[in-house]
Design a protein around this ligand. Structure first.
Ligand code: NAP
Length: 308
């Protein structure tokens, strides 16, 4: 069993930021970051809205810097995937998939969110055979091919721009006419000749036998059905909080599966804090995750200093 002042579960911007504050406050701090510490930013291309960078910074580079910063300050980062968190008062016990256990005076949950899928027929069986939720990871395999991107947020628009550089044609499918993506990115997409938009449309079925060959689209206003040929479908319709592993823990979740926190990032259990996308209903931004992570780190340090 590993004993620590603070165990942080998750190694995205929220987890790293919490760790930076906690370790600098003198806490022995461990991040259990899972097999690939870094979170969703590892799958993001250029980030232009994280303050402090004159030019766009790659998501991987930003995350790599945060992890290196944590290590330099003395944070221990493990690849353990925590599957269970127990205890209703300090100290808490966390168990990893491989059987390793941790005893921590305080805990910060920062497990983020993962891709939401469409639920359309064909999507599930063709995942990994043309259906992907990560253009940054899988886009390369579609070089020279025609692809569809589904969604109307920043992820979909940025994916479309990224893919337009390597694919002859990109079709952006969105279920309405308004977008969540910011105006600058929408304008860039509109000005990219090989991106076309199919608005008021949803994917009714992913077509293909063994690999994607097309998408059946349904116009939600007219009911009209259209089939378009494509080799890849990138689903970018938001995220769901990664909190399923907490279902048997005493930590309270809301109806959407988000960890309930107060303004200090404290959960219903004294000594367990949460931050980042696993707590965030709307503003899933790296800078906000880092900000709430900082609050969680400061709150956890105050708690540990009272209970050590
Ligand atoms: P998002 O902003 O929640 O957008 C999800 C999109 O998917 C929405 O347009 C939504 O449509 C659509 N959608 C949801 N469920 C759907 C379904 N079942 N079928 C069809 N369409 C569906 O998610 P996101 O684009 O992943 O962005 C998440 C957060 O990260 C946002 O705050 C975003 O600004 C941020 N982000 C920032 C950057 C950056 O700054 N570089 C990059 C990526 C993401 P409706 O609009 O109709 O609801």
């Amino acid at each position: 069993m590993k004993k620590t002042d603070l165990l942080i579960i998750g190694a995205g911007p929220a987890g790293c930021s919490a760790a930076i504050y906690a370790v600098r406050a003198g806490l022995k701090t461990i991040i259990a970051g899972g097999a690939m510490p870094g979170g969703q930013l590892l799958q993001t291309n250029d980030i232009e809205n994280y303050a402090g960078f004159v030019n766009p910074v790659g998501g991987y580079e930003l995350m790599d810097n945060m992890l290196k910063q944590c290590k330099r300050l003395g944070v221990e980062i493990t690849t353990d995937q925590i599957v269970k968190l127990s205890g209703t008062k300090t100290p808490f016990t966390a168990t990893a998939a491989g059987g390793e256990t941790y005893e921590a005076t305080a805990v910060v949950i920062a497990t983020g969110a993962s891709a939401r899928w469409l639920g359309a027929p064909g999507e599930d069986k063709l995942r990994g055979h043309g259906v992907s939720a990560c253009a940054t990871c899988d886009g390369f395999f579609f070089k020279g091919k025609n692809v569809v991107v589904v969604g109307g947020g920043n992820t979909a628009f940025e994916d479309a721009l990224f893919l337009s550089k390597i694919c002859p044609s990109v079709t952006l499918v969105h279920r309405r006419e308004g977008f969540r993506a910011d105006a600058v990115t929408v304008e860039k997409v509109k000005n990219t000749p090989n991106i076309k938009m199919k608005l008021n449309c949803v994917v009714d079925e992913v077509l293909g036998d063994g690999k994607v060959t097309g998408a059946r689209l349904k116009n939600v206003q007219t009911g009209a059905i259209e089939e378009i040929a494509c080799d890849g479908i990138f689903v970018a319709v938001g995220a769901v909080p990664q909190t399923g592993w907490l279902k048997d823990s005493p930590v309270e979740l809301d109806g959407a599966g988000l960890v309930k926190v107060n303004y200090k990032q404290a959960t219903n259990i004294d000594g367990i804090f949460a931050a980042g996308d696993c707590t965030e209903p709307e503003f899933r931004q790296a800078s906000i995750a880092a900000g709430t992570g900082a609050k969680a780190g400061i709150s956890a340090a105050a708690f540990v200093n009272l209970h050590k």
